[in-house]
Design a protein around this ligand. Sequence first.
Ligand code: TXA
Ligand code: MG
Length: 370
Amino acid sequence: MQTKTVKVTQDIKKDEYIYEEAGRILREGGLVAFPTETVYGLGGNGLDPDASRKIYAAKGRPSDNPLILHIADKEMLYDIAENVSDKAEKLIDTFWPGPLTMVFKKADKVPSTTTGGLDSVAVRMPSHPVAVAMIRAAGVPIAAPSANVSGRPSPTLAKHVVEDMDGRIEMILDGGNIAIGIESTIVDMTSAPPVILRPGYITKTMLEEVAGEVSLDPTLLVKPTEDLRPRAPGMKYRHYAPKAELTLYEGSIDKVASVIWKQALEKMAENRRVAVIATKESKVVYDKLVSEAESAGKIQPNDNKIDFILLGSRQDEESIARNLYAVLRECDEKAVDYIYSETFSLDNFGQAIMNRLRKAAGYNIINLND
Ligand code: TXA
Ligand code: MG
């Protein structure tokens, strides 16, 4: 299949003919990848079981892993979901359109192929103008997982979508950079109190301010076991994973940087390629360690087997989230054998960042706190 990649601007009117084409492809059962404020999505008609089958096939995703339905207005919600509670209405008024997905009892018209056989349905109203225009043009709810091959980091740039989906889908709408960079918060509204199934930009505190008590699926930050299984089917898979072995180090920046540096040097001596994920703050420490090693003759200035890849600033959590998946993909491109990274706070938005990073590392975490 020939995939058509089209650049779109924020000027929806000017690009109207592109949305007409995307809408037609979707109504006819084809697939279109599109930007949202969180990550790029891989869209198909959410009411067409064949479109969902194509999505699972394009991603190589197990079909028991349900898809989120994306809508452009509230009318669409009442068409696909039942028992929308007052609490849910309050959350909708506050956070939609935006990076919040809510799980409801599904209406009969939603095919069970879309919901992975569950009798509930996850719904989200994205705020990205391109996503909104595309859903409106299609005129149906759009089932959309992240537009990556199953197991790879979610795409935050159109080029990531091209890497994973070229030749597998009809069209890619290239809307440039993504604002948030990690997937939406998912809250199960079918239980009391509502339960966070996946942390995201909308935090527990933000939800509780609007809707009262909200609980957290206890598996979100630890390795799932037979007894402790995540309630969102998709959260049980090893996800967001780079190809190299990723190890996380917890502790003070100075301690973490010196241990990672020592470890990286050992691997370099064994002729292995190493990437170190650094922040503006830790980079200062690494730079010092590198120049000390150079003056001691331990490494040569043009030894380049250790790549320092800048994630963002610890002072600006949003920069960390925005760059995380692109950095993991960059490590894949550089074909490194080992990746070492510092860790981040578990508070607020940091919880979503660490949920993704810990999964990417397969819970391979070394604690250097005394
Ligand atoms: O930000 C996002 O949510 C992105 C963009 C494209 O909107 N989408 C996304 O979709 O992350 P996906 O398919 O990669 O992740 C959906 C997650 C999976 O973990 C899935 O198991 C869970 O949502 N999920 C979907 N429907 C569910 C349901 N009815 N009950 C529980 N979990 C559900
Ligand atoms: Mg995904």
